[in-house]
Design a protein around this ligand. Structure first.
Ligand SMILES: [Zn+2]
Length: 159
């Protein structure tokens, strides 16, 4: 059986006047992530992991931020496209593991909602999605609360 592994990483700056959306879940915070689309750092990392597993171009190439079509786009659209490419290539998502780096807001209370949302977007059971929320121990831009980053790992298998 052919098995594919993929990793993805993304980071967006936290700014005033934007909604904070992580894994497709709106999180009330006062600050939000800056980006051309909705800047959902979790779904962007996830998309790159899915695309990378198949050796395909990354999210920045597929949905360039100079294209007005993606201005304020919901990142679930990017996930749907990546998932369609996974299926077209003859694979299914076996599992996903996500590490969200955020000093603020504290994500523990939102973790299960994010997990459920990602599972729904991928059409898999929640047991196939892992979500970990980590602070950056006050170090670096993430630790100063200036940005949120996310790592994603995926495993694709053939149905
Ligand atoms: Zn991004």
């Amino acid at each position: 059986m052919d098995v594919r592994i993929g990793i993805g990483y993304d980071l967006h700056r936290l700014v005033e006047g934007r909604a904070l959306i992580l894994g497709g879940v709106m999180i009330p915070d006062g600050l939000g992530l800056l980006g051309h689309s909705d800047a959902d750092v979790v779904l962007h990392a996830l998309c790159d992991a899915l695309l990378g597993a198949m050796g395909q171009p990354d999210i920045g190439e597929l949905f360039p931020d100079r294209d007005p079509a993606w201005k304020d786009a919901e990142s679930r659209v990017f996930v749907a496209e990546a998932l369609a490419r996974v299926r077209a290539a003859g694979y299914q998502v076996s599992n996903v593991d996500l590490v969200i780096h955020a000093e603020r807001p504290r994500l523990g209370p939102h973790r299960d909602r994010i997990r459920g949302s990602v599972a729904r977007l991928l059409g898999v059971a929640e047991g196939r999605v892992g979500v970990k929320a980590k602070t950056n121990e006050g170090v670096d831009a993430v630790g100063r609360g200036e940005a949120i980053a996310c790592w994603a790992g995926v495993l694709l298998t053939q149905p």
